[in-house]
Design a protein around this ligand. Structure first.
Ligand code: T5A
Ligand code: NA
Length: 242
């Protein structure tokens, strides 16, 4: 990367289901585009690779079927596949940042850890209650293992966390669909697990908390301001890795 060239910023949006990530990612993309700020909008899981077999990107199809409960996959295997879905696109992401594009990313590695870990907590609780002896097999899915597989990925310059204070807010934003993790017990555990990440990552200073209970336009204004400040502050700094 030429030292005179300004790189783009890597902006990640995280938060529980219906916190507004996709709405806000799209609005941010439209705003930056209108302001002629070069940017790319991506999301994880990347399900768009469903029929794109020529480019050896078939993982999206499996992840989509898994989330739609059309396919059962071992818990560890599916976690690795969610992670591989990010690793396979790392080079493209790096190229965009080096070319000066700001990349807006709707969910990233944090969703990976938080959702697998939460699923495991719920499973283990149930097995414990039922006195299931095979509980030991769930052990390797602990927090550190979930996080570890994303090491080496590009670290976001900022993780904008859409903070939902209580579940009532998101429950009023429409019924749950039929996807795998869309239930209340999971949502509660996911909320807790995000808090663990926020506490653990405090020294990295990359998390930026936005009140997701506000009106869409107010959330948007805050996200624009965080994004513009981040673009400015990282332009001459090297990319960091997880
Ligand atoms: N997953 C993901 C893993 O298990 N491992 C991984 O590694 C990764 C990356 C993906 C699933 O995969 C899991 C996590 C998930 O279970 P997805 O495709 O991201 O899921 O999920 P979606 O269903 O597309 O999105 P979410 O449910 O997370 O919702 P969003 O994007 O947070 O919310 P959004 O913007 O779609 O808004 C939801 C509704 O609320 C309204 C919107 O208009 C919309 O109707 N809304 C607001 N209403 C009032 N006030 C506001 N401020 C509002 N903002 C939005
Ligand atoms: Na979404």
């Amino acid at each position: 990367m030429a030292s005179s060239k300004k790189r783009g910023a890597f902006i990640v949006l995280e938060g529980i289901d219906r916190s507004g990530k996709s709405t806000q990612s799209k609005k941010l993309h439209e705003h930056l585009t209108a302001q002629k700020i070069a940017n790319q909008l991506i999301r994880y899981p990347d399900r768009t690779t469903i029929t794109d077999c020529k480019q050896n990107k078939k993982l999206g199809k499996l992840l989509n079927e898994y989330l739609q409960c059309k396919q059962e996959v071992d818990d560890r295997a599916i976690h690795l596949i969610f992670s591989a879905n990010r690793h396979e696109a790392k080079q493209q992401l790096l190229s965009w940042l080096e070319e000066g594009y700001t990349v807006i990313c709707d969910r990233y590695s944090y969703s990976g850890t938080v959702y697998t870990y939460s699923k495991n907590v719920i499973k283990r609780d149930k097995m414990e209650k039922e006195g299931d002896k095979s509980i030991k097999s769930q052990k390797a899915l602990d927090w550190e293992w979930c996080k570890h597989v994303d090491q080496g990925l590009i670290q976001p310059d900022v993780v904008i966390y859409l903070n939902v204070k209580d579940l009532a807010t998101v429950k009023n934003r429409g019924e749950f669909g039929n996807e795998r993790y869309e239930n209340e017990a999971m949502l509660k555990q996911v909320l807790k697990s995000y808090q663990t990440f926020l506490a653990e990552d405090a020294d990295k200073k990359i998390w930026s908390i936005v009140d997701a209970n506000q009106a869409v336009e107010d959330v948007h204004k805050q996200i624009v301001s965080i994004t513009l400040a981040t673009i400015e502050s990282v332009a001459s700094k090297p990319v960091q890795y997880l």
